[in-house]
Design a protein around this ligand. Structure first.
Ligand code: ATP
Length: 370
């Protein structure tokens, strides 16, 4: 196990026209499960490929502990990779697929046998060692790929969207399994995904990337509760955070957020945080799950709240949740209610907002003010 440090890491393509990775500074702690999360093209895979040695940085350094590995070949780094496409060799039986990296490293036959057995049991594919990949399901093939990756007990495990070829149900099951496996092995892991649920449920920390840069890094709850920008706020969470344009005003009641068709008086401590922005237009963010509908459902543990009048525009009944699309002024916002709640379309409702979970963003920089 080892700490991985990325120092001002850059990768440019096409003579600098494409800045795939644009100055990443990041320390992945010894034994940590770090998720690189971001939309397609933000540089996740390129970052992973540089950590693996498949790509060489344009600039910057990569450290494994106190070892500078920036220009080392993949085979000299003690890493393993798992890809989206299972990349198991079709002409080799499961046993030989898993044994392959051990053979390359010239382990003895006895040791190979023992280690393959160990890895296969961990991944619950002990019964499949005599089969060819064509005789396996997608999920089983991915287990083989993971077994082959861990069999050498790498210092660093790199995974690039390993679950995206699996169906939804299997993906959820494998998510938990990979997480448990990583906790058991305590191997430093970098996991690439564009799926925010995967990131939230698997990562010890999440690094949210955009345009080749890391915008925010932190434990899942921190990134969810304290997003530092509109981008992070809306990328994490589903349905995504509601954003409403409001003016910050001050009157005898204190600091007010004035929006189209509603007004919210901020508690004194929150008001103080945005006092410098009085008379400015900002973006107020509130997650669908941090609101409820008066008389229909309650928000537990809410200490401070405010109301907004609105009209039900549309209902999404998901079974486990009900998403109410509510019209306020000219805008539609989404409110997530637990359970099946048949609120009639066209009905006037009062939306209750948890004031301790509102976010205020600068309208121009899109950075969080509170
Ligand atoms: P995805 O989730 O779609 O895999 P990603 O976040 O992993 O996306 P990368 O694959 O790292 O993104 O790509 C980052 C940017 O670099 C993209 O604009 C991509 O087109 C570009 N890029 C990647 N590899 C090359 C290459 N070999 N030559 C030129 N441009 C490249």
């Amino acid at each position: 196990m080892v700490e991985v440090r990325l120092e001002n890491l850059k990768k440019y393509f096409d003579n600098g026209k494409v800045k795939a990775v644009d100055g990443i500074n990041l320390t992945i702690k010894d034994g940590e499960f770090l998720v690189l999360l971001g939309p397609s093209g933000c540089g996740k895979t390129t970052t992973l490929r540089m950590i693996s040695g498949l790509d060489t940085p344009t600039e910057g350094k990569i450290w494994f502990g106190d070892r500078d590995v920036t220009y080392l070949a993949p085979k000299d780094r003690n890493i393993s990779m798992v890809f989206q496409s299972y990349a198991v060799w079709p002409h080799m039986k499961v046993y030989d697929n898993i044994a392959f990296p051990l053979k390359i490293k010239k382990y003895s036959e006895a040791e190979i046998k023992e280690r393959v057995k160990w890895a296969a049991e961990l991944l619950q594919i002990g019964e499949l060692l005599d089969r060819y990949p064509a005789q396996l399901s997608g999920g089983q093939r991915q287990r083989v790929a993971v077994a082959r990756a861990i069999v050498v007990e790498p210092e660093v495990l790199l995974m690039d969207e390993p679950l995206s070829n699996l169906d939804a149900k299997l993906r959820v099951a494998m998510r938990a399994e990979i997480k448990k496996l990583q906790e058991k092995l305590k191997v430093t892991t970098v996991y690439v995904t564009h799926d925010q649920v995967e990131a939230m449920t698997m990562g010890d920390r999440i690094a949210v990337m955009k345009d080749g840069k890391v915008l925010q890094i932190g434990p899942p709850t921190e990134v969810y509760l304290k997003p530092r920008s509109v981008f992070v706020a809306t990328f994490i969470g589903a349905p995504e955070m509601n954003l409403l344009e409001v003016s910050i005003k001050e009157n005898e009641r204190g600091i007010i957020l004035e929006g189209e068709g509603f007004e919210i008086t901020l508690p004194e401590d929150l008001g103080e945080l945005v006092r410098d922005h009085v008379d400015k237009t900002v973006l107020m963010g509130i997650r669908p799950e941090h609101m409820t509908v008066e008389g229909v459902s309650t928000l537990e543990h809410v200490k401070r709240m405010s109301m907004m009048d609105s009209i039900v525009d549309f209902i999404e009944a998901l079974g486990t949740d009900t998403i109410v699309h509510a019209k306020i002024g000219g805008k539609i916002i989404k409110v997530k209610l637990p359970g099946h709640i048949p609120v009639p379309v066209g009905q006037k409702i009062k939306i209750v907002i948890d004031l301790d979970n509102i976010h205020i963003f600068d309208k121009n920089t899109k950075k969080a003010l509170i």
